[in-house]
Write a protein that binds this ligand. Sequence first.
Ligand SMILES: [Zn+2]
Length: 185
Amino acid sequence: MTRRWWHSRRSSAPSDMDYPGTQFWVASPNAVDRPRAVTSIIIHTTQGPATDESASVNKFISTSASIHYIVNRAGTITQMVRDDQAAFHTGGRIQDPHNLNSIGIEHVNPAGQTPPPVLYANSAALVTWLCYRHKIPKIHQMMAGSPGIKDHQTVSPNDKPCPGSDWDWDHYMGMVQQNVSRAVP
Ligand SMILES: [Zn+2]
């Protein structure tokens, strides 16, 4: 694997991470304490030209945006904000209620491509674990104000469609509801 500039900032210490299937921790500076419980998970895809997580990691270090987890196309998971803090992955500011009550997951998938099976599987295993930990209902929630697993566009309709039509929700939710276990990346 190519060594990237941000690799020197990575940790693989389990104490730096929440989900046990996380491979790496790289801190984003864009995180605030949560005034409320986690009730939702928000699903994103990159849709740009990137084929690995480097562009996302760079964005979440060098802009005001952030995310809790990034799943790359090999199924490797990098965490950038701890679960007990809010990240800025939807709306106009980090204090948006949909940021304060959610965990965001970014997936590396260029527009027009099918997400690889290991990406779906390892993301579904992550979401299964998060739903158990935070008592989030394992449903694809289409109502912005209700708990569950949501599209980015459901909570932020003015943003670009995300995760977009390349994301197979039926396939994904089937794995989440079957408590799929993690594949080794
Ligand atoms: Zn998004």
